[in-house]
Design a binder for this molecule. Structure first.
Ligand SMILES: [Zn+2]
Length: 469
């Protein structure tokens, strides 16, 4: 028994060392200039493509078909000819995507959050996991948390409902790492009050939270007029952080917010540095493209679909994976001097984008601007049921009475929605006590159930998106 324990401690330490080595390597990459960063990343990408060609049936066939492997060499200039990978393809081509050398690799199976209907299954190398962890350590450092510094996590989705019920081993691990986890799911007023007390008692250097959860906490603190401990940084993730939300969280906690972007399939992709000019992409571990509806590359600043190639996972390579989110590349380099390119913003899920009867597009952030001034509204969700039909779900703040007494506000909301969606759009309001988050823990402000592929092709892409400034 003691031998086993010793063995486990040894394994833990060696894994920790692996992560630290990779963290140091990522720090070295930060010293490169932009040109060296680009060539280093291209070398990483080439290596992955060579592996994918040699070891997976799916990519071998695709690379040959599209000339990405020609004359025994990888042609990066033809990379953009490759079709995108989707969750559906991952499910249908699972066997063909698996590397044929798994017997000699150390790997595990993982699944996606599944907020889009079904869960995708995929394989990841243990080495990939170390890289993912190293990125977390790096991003933590950017946002003010050194190794071992106290952190509070406002975390836990329906899927991870175990928060607070874990084994002593998990809890001991957190205690060792100086972390306290608070369940972010279904935060009641009582619970929020306790969380504020915990923050004031523990005095964390760093808070990591879902966007929506820390925003809700900040609103509560303001309403009650209570004092709260100010951490060195707050890292938000898994949701769209609007400028209004950022401002509110920052002024409540008297600190800076650092937005981080990632997913279960490819790990953390990008994070803000202390200049807050955009989200630096971890370009040593991820190759990111922003693409238009027709698959062509978008210009910097132009909102499109995010496609990610994970450069460190060989057990099941994910190449040009359309993650389901929309975003834009930054038009400028960051003034911090780091060589990694930046995402200017992540605007949300693809299904946050609404389509008008006239064929225009309206991004979800348009609606968040409408609701921000309405302080009587605690939670809302705008759902496009059909192309000309929108349902607005509203949860009122305590004491606010519904519908009739708020007629003026509702009229303003209605006309703002019509301004973007067109006069023929029918808008209904419904009131609820609570709007739950999705199974993956993300809270959705906007959901479109309209399938753009079923709209008339003629005018689908003919208009500029509305509401992005
Ligand atoms: Zn920077």
């Amino acid at each position: 028994m003691i031998g086993l324990k010793k063995q486990m401690v040894k394994m833990k330490l060696s894994s920790h060392q692996q992560v630290m080595d990779k963290f140091q390597q990522l720090k070295k990459v930060e010293q490169l200039d932009a040109a060296a960063m680009k060539s280093t990343q291209e070398a990483q990408l080439t290596k992955l493509l060579e592996h994918a060609y040699a070891h997976t049936d799916y990519y071998r066939k695709l690379f040959a078909e599209h000339g990405v492997m020609a004359g025994g060499k990888i042609r990066l200039d033809r990379f953009e000819r490759l079709p995108f990978l989707t969750k559906e393809i991952m499910r249908d081509e699972f066997e063909g995507l698996k590397s044929d050398d798994l017997a000699s690799r150390s790997w595990y199976e993982n699944t996606s959050g599944g907020s889009t209907g079904f869960q995708a299954k995929f394989l990841q190398d243990n080495v990939y996991k170390d890289w993912a962890q190293a990125n977390k350590v790096l991003f933590d450092e950017w946002s003010g948390r050194g190794i071992g510094d106290k952190q509070i996590r406002l975390w836990g989705s329906v899927r991870d409902l175990l928060v607070g019920k874990e084994t002593w081993r998990t809890q001991a691990g957190r205690w060792l790492r100086n972390e306290i986890w608070l369940n972010a799911y279904n935060m009641t007023a009582d619970r929020i009050g306790e969380y504020v007390n915990t923050i004031n008692r523990f005095k964390p250097v760093h808070i990591l939270s879902y966007v929506e959860s820390i925003y809700e906490l900040a609103r509560y603190i303001r309403q009650k007029g209570i004092r709260v401990h100010s951490p060195r940084g707050i890292m938000t993730t898994a949701g769209v952080l609007t400028p209004e939300m950022r401002e509110m969280i920052e002024s409540t906690f008297n600190t800076r917010v650092f937005n981080r972007y990632g997913s279960r399939e490819v790990g953390d992709i990008a994070c803000e540095c202390d200049k807050h000019e955009g989200l630096h992409i971890s370009e040593y571990t991820h190759y990111v493209e922003i693409v238009r509806d027709d698959g062509s590359l978008a210009e910097p600043g132009e909102i499109g679909h995010i496609a990610v190639t994970q450069l460190m996972n060989y057990a099941m390579p994910l190449i040009r994976y359309r993650i389901g989110d929309m975003g834009a590349m930054a038009e400028h380099r960051c003034s911090c001097g780091r060589p990694q390119r930046m995402l200017r913003e992540v605007t949300g899920r693809e299904s946050d984008t609404f389509y008008t009867p006239g064929g225009g597009k309206v991004h979800g952030t348009y609606f968040t601007q409408i609701f921000y001034p309405e302080q009587w509204i605690k939670q809302y969700q705008v759902v496009q049921e059909q192309v000309d039909e929108i349902e607005v779900k509203i949860v009122c703040e305590e004491g606010a009475t519904a519908l009739t007494s708020r007629k003026d506000s509702l009229d303003v909301i209605k006309s703002s929605i019509k301004r973007a969606m067109g006069d023929t759009c029918r808008i209904t309001f419904t009131f609820a006590d609570h709007i739950p988050a999705t199974a993956s823990g993300k809270y959705r402000y906007t959901i479109s159930k309209v399938d753009p592929s079923k709209l008339a092709d003629a005018d689908k892409d003919s208009r500029e998106p509305v509401g992005i400034g």
